[in-house]
Every structure is written in C-alpha cells, then in structure tokens.
Design a protein around this ligand. Structure first.
Ligand code: 6GU
Length: 461
C-alpha cells in the first residue's frame, strides 16, 4: 500500500519512520511519502490560502494549489487498471465522518494508494473533495472525534497507523485483532493485567490466575460487556442478539439491557416510579398480562369481569395517585412498558390485605416480623419480555423503593399470593428471594381460587 501525505508541515511525518509502521516500510509492506504543499505554489510567498468567499474569520486553502498537488501524486506511478475504490483521497477535517475501524478495514482491504490531504486554517476549498469524488476517486472526509485540532497532520498519522496495522503481514498474531476494542465482537476490550501479581495493594483478579480458561473467558466477556455499557452504550445497543449466549444476556440484564423474545438487539430498560401519565398503558398491560397468570379453570367470563372491575383505567389512576399504593414500572427506551409492580403499603406497622389471607404470623427471612407486612399485589412482565431478566430489574428497584419507605422497622415483610398451578410464577418468586409460607382462598369473578402465599423480608442486603 502506498501513502502520500500532503501538508505544509511535511517534516511532521518523520514519526512514521518509528515503531511498527517504520518496520513495515523497511519490509516493503507499505510506503509513505510526505510532500510540501508549498512546492506547488508559484508566487514568491508560496501562498496556499486566501480569505473565505462570503466573508468570515480565518483563511481557506486554495483549490488550484491543492489540485496541482493531488494530481501530481496521483499520476505519479498510477496504474492503468486502478479499480474503483483502490485510489483514496482522505481529507482529515473536524467536519468529517467519524473514522471507524470498519472504514480502516475497508481501506486496508480495497485501497492500494491513499493520498492524505492535510488542511490547515479553516480548511480546504470544498470544490477539491467534490472534484475528485466526481472523477472516480474514493474521497473520505474523516474526523478523529468531536474536538478540533489545528490541522490534519495528527489525523493523517492516525489514519496511516490504523490502516497500516491491518495490512497483511503486519500484526504477528491475527487473533489479537478479533478480541481487541472495535473488533468483530462489537465490544470494548476487557481490562488486561500482567505481573507483578500484587501491585500497590491491588491484585490481579484470581480467576485469571486460576488456570480455568473457561472461567477466565467468561470473566473477560463480562468485563467487556460492563465496560462497553458504561463507556459506549451506543455499541451495546448495536450488538447482534443472536450472537449472545445465555450468560451474556444475564450480564447485559444486570446492566439494564434486555433482549425481548425474537428481538435482534439488546434494549436499554429503566425502572421508575409510575406517574399519572402511565395509567392508561398500565391498565392495558394489566389486561394483557392477567389472563396469562390466571388458573386454567377460570372461565373467560370471570377473567374479563375481573379485568373490567379491577384492572380498569380508573383503578390504575387511583393506584398511581394513592400514597399507600406504590406502582413501579419497567420501561424500554421506546417508552413501551416491559412490566409493572404494584405494592400495597399499610399504615405504620399494619398489615396489607388482612381480609385477603395475609400471612400475619409467617416468619420473615426466618425471624419474627417486626414492622409492617406489605402486599405485592401485582407483579407482571409483558409476554415478549418474559425470561429476559426484566423481573430481576423490576424487583430490585421495587425492593429498594419499599425498603426505603420502611427503613425505621427492624424486620418488615412483604407477601404475595399466586395461583398454585402457575409454576413459572412460583419459580420466579423463589428466585427473587420469596419463600412459600402458606395458602389462601380468593375469588375471581364468581369462582373460588387457591393461591400459594409467599413472603420475604424488605431489607436489602
Ligand atoms: Cl481529522 N482534523 C482536525 N483539524 N481536527 C480534528 C480532526 C481532524 N478530528 C478531530 N478534530
């Protein structure tokens, strides 16, 4: 690959004689020539710029000078069979497209001649990029990021290094290209360590020294996911969900990203207290989800009459407005509701649902209850989100919220009743730290039901 760099500071590029890029030049993998733009001027002052048409601050680089310079380096040694995309004119500018690893990979695989035109001042007359783009040259106006440098020289060095290291024969171990940041996995790289094992009170994570390669790989993947979620949430939202395994998804769920059933990408979700504006969406979600949890022997009629009476818009408006009812919603970034939790908080150290079979005497986390007994009246995840890890996020937020309202008590509790036949729900509540403490009777429509009653404490470990 051949690079020609044109700049008013051609000496700048001596750095490219160092290091791996310097070695690659010696080995003939790439050639780099830098040129002084002023060599193409024809006035005694070697002028390359002029004032901007239309007025304004600063100076603009002249198209006639740039045209002569670029034509010269392009024609010098140009092959007759230069294919489309094989000749690139790269123009560094803060107004360019952000340079990505994908672009660098494409240049490395398709281009054999790259001319880098380094502007200074307010940039290069716009007709230069236009002209070459219209004449069979691949023109790439690129930026290194959202900040301004005085000229394109640093960005030219960045491009040569980023593209150069991808050329065949450059990197000793091509595998290191797979796991690196911005590699095929679409993640930032995990943190890396080397000896000494203990340095300034900080140890290398034990799993990396355990010799258990599977566990080390898992740890690295989790750290990469964590780091990417913290620093580059935009990259997490672009991950291909079909390439994620169960544990990847569990880690992403703990970071607030869920993959819905049939979904192609992780979706950021957020738990929050419901507001009156959620009442309609809540009543719709409740009507959709209730039938899934209802026992099989309930008639459609009973279910519908329950929905109309207990899960109406008016009911949810009341729940959301009432201080004793805590409603937490889990919301996707599309603003769609993923799930909701409704808890009834009794006065002082009272008992919610006393006339509905509350387990008054149940032990709470193995000890006598001291403080109120709350009722988790509703806890639902919409169908396409079940099994995605949303229940854990909704529950963690709900628990923290309830714990803070009950923090003056030594051992407050929360209970719930769920249809005995609903094994999925029973399993889910056990996973959320609830224990079975008994049963209760209740009616839906005209029909009697038996519920299993679960309880747990409200202290957050
Ligand atoms: Cl490519 N050029 C200049 N002048 N400033 C920049 C840049 C490029 N990328 C970020 N800032």
């Amino acid at each position: 690959m051949r690079f020609d760099i044109i700049s008013v500071f051609p000496e700048f590029f001596s750095v490219l004689d160092l290091s791996l890029i310097g070695k690659a030049q010696e080995r003939g993998i790439l050639s780099i020539d830098s040129h002084d733009l002023r060599d193409w001027t024809d006035d005694p002052h070697r002028t390359v710029d002029d004032s901007p048409a239309g007025g304004g601050a600063g100076m603009v680089m002249r198209p006639d000078i740039w045209g002569k310079a670029i034509d010269t380096v392009l024609s010098d040694g140009a092959g007759a069979g230069d294919e489309a995309g094989s000749v690139v004119v790269a123009i560094p500018t803060p107004s360019g497209t952000p340079l990505t690893q994908r672009t660098c990979e494409r240049i490395a695989s398709d281009a054999h001649h790259v001319v880098i035109a380094c502007g200074r001042y307010e940039g290069i007359d716009a007709r230069v990029a236009q002209h070459y783009a219209a004449n069979g040259v691949q023109v790439i106006e690129y930026s290194l990021g959202d900040y301004v440098l005085n000229g394109g020289e640093v960005a030219a060095v960045a491009l040569v290094e980023a593209v150069g290291r991808l050329l065949p024969g450059m990197v000793g171990n091509p595998e290191s290209l797979v796991e690196e940041s911005h590699g095929a996995a679409g993640l930032l790289e995990y943190p890396v360590y080397t000896r000494p094992v203990s340095w300034r009170e900080a140890d290398i994570p034990a799993v990396l020294l355990s010799g258990n390669h599977g566990a080390a790989a898992r740890w690295r993947k989790d750290r990469a996911l964590e780091k990417t979620a913290a620093r580059r949430p935009d990259m997490v939202a672009k991950l291909d969900a079909t390439a994620l395994d169960k544990k990847d998804k569990a880690t992403l769920a703990s970071l607030g990203y869920l993959v819905p059933r049939g979904g192609t990408r992780p979706v950021p979700v957020r738990a929050r207290e419901a507001t009156p504006r959620d009442a309609l969406a809540l009543s719709e979600l409740a009507a959709r989800t209730f039938p899934d949890a209802a026992p099989a022997y309930l008639t459609d009629e009973s279910i519908q009459s329950f929905i109309q009476q207990e899960l109406s818009l008016a009911r949810f408006q009341k729940y959301v407005a009432n201080d004793r009812d805590r409603v937490i919603v889990l919301e996707a970034d599309s603003k769609d509701l993923v799930g909701y939790a409704l808890t009834i908080v009794p006065e002082a150290d009272g008992i919610a649902g006393l006339d509905e079979g509350a387990p008054v005497d149940a032990l709470i986390d193995g000890a006598e209850r001291s403080g109120p007994l709350l009722e988790l009246s509703k806890f639902y995840i919409d169908r396409q989100w079940r099994g995605s890890g949303g229940a854990r996020i909704l529950w963690d937020f709900t628990l923290a919220d309830l714990a803070s309202t009950c923090d003056k008590w030594a051992n407050p509790g929360i209970f719930l009743g769920t249809n005995a036949a609903n094994r999925r729900a029973r399993h889910a509540y056990r996973k959320l730290g609830f224990e079975e403490v008994g049963t209760r009777q209740f009616t839906v429509g005209e029909q009697d039901n038996r519920d299993v009653v679960f309880a747990r404490g409200l202290r957050v470990p």
